[in-house]
Design a protein around this ligand. Sequence first.
Ligand SMILES: CC(C)(COP(=O)(O)OP(=O)(O)OC[C@H]1O[C@@H](n2cnc3c(N)ncnc32)[C@H](O)[C@@H]1OP(=O)(O)O)[C@@H](O)C(=O)NCCC(=O)NCCS
Length: 191
Amino acid sequence: MALGEFGIATDHLVIRPLVDSDSPTLYRWLNDPKVLQYYEGRDKPCTWDDIYTHYLSKNGDPLLGLMVILDGQSVGYVQVYPLDPVESSDWELPAEIWPLFGMDLFIGECSLWNRGIGSEVVRLVSRRLLSHHGAKSVVVDPRVTNYRAIHVYKQCGFRIIKRLSRHELHEGQFHDCWLMLYQDNSCRSIS
Ligand SMILES: CC(C)(COP(=O)(O)OP(=O)(O)OC[C@H]1O[C@@H](n2cnc3c(N)ncnc32)[C@H](O)[C@@H]1OP(=O)(O)O)[C@@H](O)C(=O)NCCC(=O)NCCS
């Protein structure tokens, strides 16, 4: 199924592609220092232009932005994208894990952190990429100091497979990140 048709609904959670009317919510979250500290960085508050060009644009960009809605309230954002084997060749990943998708997320309503929402979203989205969208594996790349995110990914079945040295420029400094992989149980586990 095409990535653009991505959609998940449970009894309390909906995860669906962004629409134009999500822009004020996204703008608020991406200008909140508490979110930025862990996501883009407090030195990179989001502009309206960013919202339209990066988050809402459909100009052939394979990245799909998704809104997370809990009991009718928008609470977070997830993005998923197919990775290109050539562009990711530095990672030296084995052929059997492709097609490989990347995922990033934040819960924009910080008062709702640590209530199990992020874990549920990571579980639902990664499983759905495998079951409906042709992925064999999903990767995330948290900074090695983002202990909560790492804990969440681990408990959702992701495993650390590589340390990516100086991988992310965040708040003026390069940081190491963990490359973490989720594979279907039926896949041969790679180390
Ligand atoms: C990371 C994030 C998506 C997780 O979502 P969440 O809804 O807060 O996560 P959950 O409530 O499902 O789980 C949090 C878990 O981390 C644990 N945790 C909290 N702080 C922690 C810390 N400093 N170190 C280790 N574990 C921690 C909690 O105890 C909980 O574990 P449990 O389920 O075993 O009790 C969310 O906190 C967030 O948006 N953070 C800011 C943006 C971000 O870091 N995004 C990820 C970029 S890679």
